[in-house]
Design a protein around this ligand. Sequence first.
Ligand code: S3P
Ligand code: PEP
Length: 448
Amino acid sequence: MSHGPATPLTAHASGPLTGEAHVPGDKSISHRSLILGAMAVGETRVTGLLEGQDVLDTGKAMQAFGATIRQDGDTWVINGVGVGGLMEPEDVIDCGNSGTGVRLLMGAAATHGFAVTYTGDASLRKRPMARVTDPLALFGAVAHGRSKGRLPMTIVGAADPVPARYATPVASAQIKSAVLLAGLNAPGETVVIEREATRDHSERMLRGFGAEIETRDTSEGREITLVGHPELKPQVIAVPRDPSSAAFPVCAALITPGSDVLVPNIGLNPTRAGLFETLRDMGADLTYENAREEGGEPVADLRARFSPDMRGIEVPPARAASMIDEYPVLSVVAANATGTTIMRGVAELRVKECDRIDAMATGLRACGVTVRDGDDWWEVDGRGPGGIEGGATVAVHLDHRIAMSFLCAGFAAKRAITVDDAGPIATSFPIFRPLMEDLGAEFRAEDA
Ligand SMILES: O=C(O)C1=C[C@@H](OP(=O)(O)O)[C@@H](O)[C@H](O)C1
Ligand SMILES: C=C(OP(=O)(O)O)C(=O)O
């Protein structure tokens, strides 16, 4: 439930950053590969799986639910138990730091007639779960959690589930996916309606595994219909590299003088690529090379060069879902641009691994940047290229993206920036430090 003692880390003015950055596999697709592989009949083989702690915790959980998972060289091999075949775990399911892990697992297990107790680290135990247990109740599952729907929580699954129709009040792929995964073991049609399109990996992958699933645009939003009780067929999956991880070497290169970095093979599913569009709108020298399709997903090599002429913009709120995890690092780029960057419609940032608006605003202010914020918005006043003062130690609150964002800020700041704990980076991007060092970034580990 915790990753051990805090490990502070300092980033120094660096650069230029040059070379190729081979970032790990996509976190969202990695979680889903393990969960769907475990619910298929037969052997699913996965290459490029993100071996970050969040995904490893989901793998352990699927083993506890009865699947067999092993590594064969670079390939992860999953022997599934079939839809409806999950077994009652013997112990508490600990999802560590992962919102995606716990919420998708809650969905997958909710239409099985047994109880499961879920927990996680100090960050995950603060995050809202009613957003998932409310729709799962429509299937007949009953949740008993701490007050305000927090973990640890026991969900008594429905022995005789009914299908659900649910319009999500929040734009969240985790809610949508939990409902769809629950719908797998319910009879008839389960329907989810989302007002704003969120990442569609679950829909694409369920279709790939052989489920009958349809998406159509209606006046209420995007309506997804899944037919229950499919037999999921095992797949061979090559996980594309994670655009949310690519964001860090890309943004670091844009703000660090003289940089020219190639980040090959990045998944550019339009429900994920909002950051890169935003950076281009700001005037970043960011190009897509070798654009192609792989495994049904658009993919390209990203080339990012130092961009001293970036301007602040108002980020279109309609783009928020497609870049929700990238706002922290965007705020670092914004601080190195000229003019103000305005980010609205982002209340969800307050319920991630930490309150990301507060964590970034507090840390940026300590580094000399002016930030204004309200419930669902924030604004960063750019100080121009290299304008961040730095010279501060910032708190990351068990949040990998806050840690990586401030370390990237440090490469281009006047004085070094220290994060109080780099440990959480291992949840999504375990090779972050060596990868950035290979590009020319300079770190110094601090005594805790
Ligand atoms: O479904 C997923 O894989 C994810 C959905 C998003 O969360 P929400 O569904 O809470 O928006 C995102 O922030 C998270 O990193 C991964
Ligand atoms: C929000 C994130 O992940 P999760 O919700 O899975 O913890 C993230 O990776 O930025």
